[in-house]
Design a protein around this ligand. Sequence first.
Ligand code: SF4
Ligand code: SF4
Length: 579
Amino acid sequence: MKRLMLGNEAVARGLYEAGCGVVSSYPGTPSTEITEHVSEYQEVYSEWAPNEKVAAEVALGASIAGARSFCAMKHVGLNVAADPMFTASYTGINGGFIIAVADDQGMHSSQNEQDSRHYAIAAKLPMVEPADSAECKNYVKAAFEISEQFDTPVLLRLCTRVSHSQSIVEENDRVEVPLKEYIKNPQKYVMMPGNAKGRHVVVEQRCKELIQFAENTSLNTVEYAANNEIGVIAAGITYQYAKEALGDSVSYLKIGLINPLPLKKIKEFASKVKKVYVIEELDDIIETHCKKNGIDVIGKELFSNIGEYSQKLIAEKILGKQTEFAEYNENIPVRPPVMCPGCPHRGMFYTLNKMKLTVSGDIGCYTLGAAPPLGAMDTCICMGASISALHGFNKARGAEDRTVAVIGDSTFMHSGITGLINITYNKGYSTVIVADNSITGMTGHQQNPTTGKTLRGDIVEQISIEKVCDAAGVKRVRVVDPNNVEELEAILKEELAVKEPSVLIARRPCALLKYVKHNPPFKIIAEKCKSCKACFKIGCPAISMANGKASIDSTLCVGCNLCKPLCAFGAIAEQGEEL
Ligand code: SF4
Ligand code: SF4
């Protein structure tokens, strides 16, 4: 049967059809839906791991045990999983092992832009890159075959536009792949120096064999145009952009196996056209490969190494063709990213801003606390960095009484715990706020070890943040409702005044969780409103100005009561409240 599928859904389908046995991932946009869709297949064991390193290690362990295995992450997640990945290149695999990495060109939802192809080169691993949903499914199967043929993990590179676009996929039956026999082999799987030295030789030999494979694999395809004027070398989404912009007027070398690159094939292609363009987002990896081997190509002198490309850009750069647009003559209001109405983090950031604290922030939906009008975040580096960076900040400046770290519940489990241990171990006395909204918010409500549910919704032991903090040696652990801003401020003052580590768990479930009950919407009494805009300080998207007065959108307001105390004129009222 043929179905329209997201690229990520097609990857999941490929895992199912290819007989994959174990999947472990950490959610990260744009990779998250792969694992969510895998969980729909009962034949495949799937789980959320607390971070990408753990996920990769679980999948590698399953591979060594003989199962086809898989883990998925976003590009920055691969930084976390890089440690086991580099050594997995040496151990090789038993059952086929795929690591999917979804790059986020254009930083739709990421703290940096990075080109994961560098990891494939550095770790000496084959990498495949699909261009649409059908290829997402087929490349998973091909990747398992490469993995088992060459005894290597294989990287599957995705990007936002492939992961989140839909195209037709043909569904096939699952092929049951029995567990491979596990044979004890410490020389292969115990990477102490004596064994690792031997394995490095194996890795280099494998690289040579993979180069041969790259020349002949059907993953790299050529399409010649009727004329020989222009040739385009592209991979993944840039191939799609180029096809749409240039059609059949040019020739294409579409690279599906992105590492290692085929040299003979590229040379042959380049010899048959007058001009060769390399179209690759981010870094100049194919271009450099060509140029260092004496192949004359045009690349980054035309195309930027920043952000995403488009059909329009390619038509403009190669054909000099300008796209015509119809002008829209009205100003469209700017819509800055804001926290949702009723967001439990709003009261917390409002308080931090009011107290003029220096805030070491972290990755999650609460990163929006950095945006105006809350503007209550000073730094945000990477998952888990809030706590460790605050410790460093305080060690450098001795400014512990005006600084806090803010980290979410899922991020705390991901990599915040080690930073907290570092504070107690190294005699720090920083104050950490765990913003516990009882879910992994930013990626779309995934479970995590603190929620008491697995990926499939099974009820399990709920990891207690309080007990983890206690075990880390933190004596002062307090829980507060972030919507109770007075109590929050009072507790924060107390904790900042003591010279010992403290954790404040700001606990209130995400306003978008289905089980969360909301109060009736609040309203503005226009006659009392003085248009002072004090209620705008909390940045609730339900509040706006209309006809010179504040106004509350009753379809957005969840009656959280944060705005009411801000109005000195009593103009904000609950439903049914007497005027
Ligand atoms: S704080 Fe009160 S008076 Fe001021 S704009 Fe808002 S509703 Fe009007
Ligand atoms: S009560 Fe006020 S702050 Fe809360 S959601 Fe409604 S308008 Fe926004």
